[in-house]
Design a protein around this ligand. Sequence first.
Ligand code: HEC
Length: 307
Amino acid sequence: MIRSIVLHILMISLGSQAVADVPISQVLSHIDIATGKSKDVATAFPIQGVVSARSILSDGMVLAYVQPPGAAGVPVLAEATEATGLIPRNEVRLTGSFSPTVLGFDALRVKKASVALIATNKSFGASEPRSAAFFKDASSLAGRYVSLTNVQFVAGKVPGNGRAQVTADGITVNLLVTATLSKREIPNGPVNVFGVPVRLDGGWGLLAARFLPVSGKQAQVLASKHTCFTCHNPDVKAIGPAYRDVAARYKDDPEAVGKLISQMERGGTGKWGAIPMPPLGAKVPIEDRKALAEWIMGYKWDAILAE
Ligand code: HEC
């Protein structure tokens, strides 16, 4: 009794830092896979992991997945003001207990002011490619990071509830994007969609984390042939800026592709720092510059989906 009181006082004095993280697999064991409902709504679980996907729901709440690298993640739900650190690739520590989402399943509702940023730009494991047919019952991969390749968006704008649809091989897959996408155009060419399978409208859908152009592989071959990768990495800053950051800066600029083509042609300095980029117009033909610029701007969806 005395021991437990002492322990209690110790925990209060040390605050939440004194509570060890609960492994995400153990937290997930409280969820009924068939219903997405939790059997334990009372316990507050302290967890740590990398954010793989994030979406603003129709009620303004943010749904994100926090996962250990390569394993299934746990859905977390936060007020928009609490969710600024819940951005894909951020490693976070947070505390929450299960409560319902507008989507019907339960998520770990983040306790106020409990989100701590541990690191940025972390990897959360490789995406496993899945066919559209797989989404008839995606329960075996719920919470994992997967990809759906070469799909086409069903034309139009995303409605305010943040749902969109893609088709592949005549099969439609429901996507959960983000309510903020309703004010924007959606990708009009074929894309690869990366994200986390979630229960959606009584079936399974994909919580989208990235849309990348299907031409990514050819573009990477071009970028490597034209020595771009000696100074650039698509995801992290090197001598030159990360392509993800370039696309984020120009995400709302209709002239972006032209500006990037011109940078490759004439070089430039001062936009990202003091190191200049050399002019490459003499070495890189215009059609390759255009393909590279369009591919780089394909990373803008990372920024748009994280808004
Ligand atoms: C020798 C190193 C080097 C090489 C090679 C290089 N870059 Fe760059 N790149 C840079 C640097 C440094 C910057 C930042 C320049 C600045 O601050 O304006 C940059 C900036 C950029 C930008 C941002 C332009 C903007 O308007 O904000 C793009 C896009 C880009 N590079 C694409 C490429 C592509 C594509 C290739 C290959 C064809 C390439 N770079 C090759 C160093 C390089």
